[in-house]
Design a protein around this ligand. Structure first.
Ligand code: FES
Length: 77
């Protein structure tokens, strides 16, 4: 048997999208949401995936990456 261990920290998540920004966060306004704000993880490090738990901040500090969540915001009427 061969055990292959892949260190996730060694792999870049965002190699080309908006690299000049400190953190890449996008938001979408949605009319029908039960909560005012929901953040979805795009770094794959969240302990509550698919929701963002803020783990991207530690990952970004350790790697120099700038990945951030996708925010769904309840559209104001
Ligand atoms: Fe992954 Fe926030 S924990 S984007």
């Amino acid at each position: 048997r061969t055990l292959v261990v892949v260190r996730a920290e060694a792999q870049a998540i965002n190699t080309e999208i908006r690299k000049n920004e400190e953190k890449v966060v996008d938001s979408v306004a949605v009319a029908e949401l039960s909560k005012p704000l929901t953040a979805y993880c795009r770094c794959w490090r969240s302990g509550t995936f698919p929701l963002c738990d803020g783990s991207h901040a530690k990952h970004n500090r350790a790697t120099g990456y700038n990945v951030g969540p996708l925010l769904l915001k309840k559209q104001k009427e």
